[in-house]
Design a protein around this ligand. Structure first.
Ligand code: FPP
Length: 277
């Protein structure tokens, strides 16, 4: 850790780290524009931020990190050349990153309508998921062709299929809906980070965000690094999480398992420096 990172890290409480962080990675286009570069240069630079953030989160033993890489709207509304570039970049990222994911014991997964993506991208995604399936550490989830409203539509249709012909079962609970969401296998979302200053959720994890803390930073995504993640977590730890009730300390409703807290407390500061290129 550089001195700045070490200072923020030293002040974090390892027992009150978020369990599931989701990031809206925004600002690639603005980053490129400021440098008089084409938009796609911003996306390429964004990959470095993905690598650094993922590695820092894994070393902090955050159980789940979900990155909004590509919304359904991006896919349908951006110029074809930019979409094609992003698809190529994703394949390149997956091929290149699997060794580093394995080195950090990270399991890769996806949320979104995979089947609408190009076949060769789906193949590459399946390959990377399989290549990291035996890892037991952080769950890294890429939201690709993702839309929260589509997720809810898919969940409702899944429920309808489940209860078809069984009217006695046609009473839906919150748990039933959660069970049918793309994120059914992930811990409850407790922290959302958005880069580049925009104060909106952009159709991301609308159900899951119910009690999550939201943090918006003006840093553009390609400039985001481990230090920014540590600063965001520090801010998370200052929030009072009330879940509609009375004041209680952050994460008190769901304390970190002691073994995880101990593991995080035992991380030497040097271990948090990403080894990525
Ligand atoms: C938003 O910036 C970013 C995206 C639509 C794409 C996100 C892609 C990456 C971070 C890189 C690739 C990621 C992986 C996992 C391979 P924007 O273009 O909307 O920026 P702007 O709002 O400044 O125009």
């Amino acid at each position: 850790l550089n001195p700045k990172e070490a200072k923020v890290y030293a002040e974090l409480d390892p027992e009150r780290l978020p369990h599931h962080i989701a990031i809206i990675m925004d600002g690639n286009g603005r980053w490129a524009k400021r440098r008089h570069l084409p938009r796609v240069a911003g996306h390429r630079a964004g990959v470095e931020a993905v690598r650094a953030t993922t590695e820092t989160a894994a070393r902090l033993h955050i159980p789940a990190l979900t990155l909004y890489a590509f919304s359904e709207e991006n896919w349908k509304k951006r110029p074809r050349a930019e979409v094609a570039f992003l698809m190529g970049l994703l394949r390149h990222y997956l091929k290149q990153e699997v060794p580093l994911l394995n080195e950090n014991n990270i399991r890769l997964g996806y949320i979104g309508r995979e089947r609408e993506l190009p076949a060769e991208v789906q193949d590459c995604m399946a390959w990377a998921r399989e290549a990291t399936a035996r890892n037991s550490g952080m769950k890294l989830t890429l939201a690709l062709n993702y839309s929260a409203r589509t997720e809810l539509v898919d969940a409702v249709n899944g429920l309808l299929r489940e209860v078809a012909g069984n009217s006695a079962a046609a009473h839906v609970t919150e748990q039933d809906i959660a069970r049918h969401l793309y994120t059914h296998h992930l811990p409850e979302l407790d922290f959302v980070i958005r880069t580049s200053g925009e104060m909106r959720l952009s159709n991301f994890l609308l159900w899951q965000v119910a009690y999550a803390e939201i943090y918006v930073t003006s840093t553009l995504w390609p400039d985001f690094r481990g230090l920014h993640l540590l600063q965001a977590i520090s801010e998370f730890q200052k929030r009072e999480r009330r879940y509609g009730g009375l004041i209680e300390p952050v994460s008190a409703a769901e304390p970190a398992p002691p073994e995880r807290a101990r593991a995080a407390a035992a991380i030497p500061a040097e271990a948090l420096t990403p080894t990525g290129k």
